[in-house]
Design a protein around this ligand. Structure first.
Ligand SMILES: *Cc1c(COP(=O)(O)O)cnc(C)c1O
Length: 453
């Protein structure tokens, strides 16, 4: 018997098939050729088996897969509001509009209209950040990890940075404070223990080489029991008395007090600034609810040192970030408006009845065999913010008899658009908190397709 792999069609033969040749009208020829090659290769790897759906359908499906963007929108049914894997903060409409405005035309990115001369990109969000927080100066860079690297390089390079052992944290995705410190050119001096560090530990570690006393907010976990840590104000005072700078990595940039909505325990940007730290660093796309960015607030001298450090160029923010951040920050001039218009804040403070109504609408729109029910549950803030807070929410639970939870979440994930669900016990759950009002119908259709697919 001949090897079935020898019977496979040649690339040119398949390209000559009218239905495959027709794909070249709607797709670049190079893409169709690649799809044909890969389809034949896949058949060869499969021992020479002709695709069950036929060559034309197999090539067309592969062309479509190759043509589809890899970065695409999903429906977040997990209830995790700041989901780092799903893109963290959703931007307010005004921020999207601001990005679009500068995207397709020229802009004043580094141009001073008044003087008709070269300007600085660092000018853009500076005034707003000073106005909103009362700091002397501010700088925006690419993300908070970059901001911390820049701050340590500018303030502590060649000298020592003192950190509590309880704050040598990993933030996730290979971001560890000791590694960042090493790369900044500063020498790490660890003080205290994992659970307890006292002001005296810092004081005894200070030498003539000490440049920075670093405080890192333990974003994504809590230490409980027999614990002690030194607050940012005490650390800032000790730094001043020791002719060192104090640097506070706050993590999330919470600009409004959310304790009336049951979200307490996370320090706000105002708390951090009031501590007297020379520099405060935080993210733009966590609780602030803006674009990915690293924001540095601080004294004139500390910000000037950061701005002139060679790393500032390496971690600089792009025009889309600056446009979106400026528009987001402007919303904070009216805190109530900010809560309504910034999706992260709106989702975190949304009335539970509103969430129930959206869950009810989704449940009703899901077709019959899904055994959909509405059940109370909890959502998480995510993004390493408020790690212990559980927000009351409503979940649409799916429990079809014909499909186990594992295969159902997979079908939801692989659908168009992808719906990211959770498995809770023996049920697939969709948290109405993170499903946007205008996504309810689409989500219901995606569930229907997954059930019948
Ligand atoms: C999230 C976080 C960072 C990193 O922020 P990115 O903007 O993601 O780079 C740094 N420090 C702390 C304490 C954080 O929580």
């Amino acid at each position: 018997m001949t090897d079935p792999r020898r019977q496979l069609p040649a690339v040119d033969a398949l390209l000559g098939e009218p239905d495959i040749a027709g794909l070249v009208g709607t797709h670049p020829r190079s893409l169709v050729v690649r799809a044909v090659r890969e389809t034949i290769e896949a058949a060869r790897a499969d021992g020479g088996t002709v695709p069950a759906e036929g060559w034309v359908a197999a090539v067309r499906a592969r062309v479509e897969r190759l043509a589809a963007p890899s970065l695409e929108p999903v429906i977040n049914g997990t209830g995790v509001v700041l989901h780092t894997n799903l893109g963290r903060a959703l931007l307010p409409a005004v921020a999207v509009a601001a990005m679009t405005r500068v995207a397709s035309g020229y802009s004043t990115l580094e141009y001073d209209i008044g003087r008709g001369a070269r300007g600085s990109r660092h000018a853009h969000c500076r005034g707003l950040l000073r106005e909103l927080t009362g700091v002397e100066d501010a700088l925006v860079v690419n993300n908070a990890a970059g901001a911390l690297l820049l701050a340590l390089s500018a303030l502590a390079r060649g000298g020592e940075a003192v950190v509590s052992r309880g704050e040598l944290v990993e933030i996730g995705g290979s971001f560890r404070i000791p590694d960042i410190l090493a790369r900044s050119g500063a020498t790490l001096v660890e003080v205290g223990t994992t659970n307890r560090t006292h002001l005296d530990d810092y004081a005894q570690a200070v030498t003539l080489s000490t440049r920075v006393l670093l405080k890192v907010h333990r974003s994504n976990f809590r230490v409980t029991g027999f614990t002690a840590e030194v607050g940012a104000p005490e650390l800032a005072r000790l730094a001043k008395a020791s002719s060192a700078a104090s640097l506070y990595d706050l993590g999330s940039g919470l600009l409004v007090d959310l304790s009336p909505w049951g979200l307490a325990g996370e320090p706000t940007v105002h708390d951090a600034v009031a501590s007297g730290a020379d520099l405060v660093v935080f993210s733009g796309d966590k609780l602030l609810g803006g674009p990915q960015a690293g924001i540095l607030l601080g004294t004139r001298a500390a910000i000037a040192a950061c701005r002139t450090d060679p790393l500032a160029r390496a971690v600089r923010a792009d025009k889309f970030t600056l446009a979106a951040l400026e528009a987001t920050l402007a919303l904070y001039r009216d805190p109530d408006g900010a809560r309504r218009e910034i999706p992260v804040l709106r989702m975190l403070t949304e009335d539970i009845e509103e969430i129930r109504r959206r869950g009810e609408a989704l449940k009703k729109a899901v077709p019959a065999p899904a055994q959909a029910e509405l059940a109370p549950g909890t959502s998480e803030v995510g993004g390493g913010s408020f790690p212990e807070v559980q927000l009351q929410t409503w979940l649409v639970t799916l429990n079809p008899r014909s499909l186990a939870p594992g295969p159902l979440v997979e079908r939801l994930r692989l659908g168009r658009p992808p719906v990211i669900a959770r498995i809770t016990g023996d049920r697939v759950t969709l948290d109405a908190r993170t499903i946007l009002p205008d996504q309810v119908d689409t989500a219901a259709r995606a569930v229907a397709a997954a059930l019948h697919g």
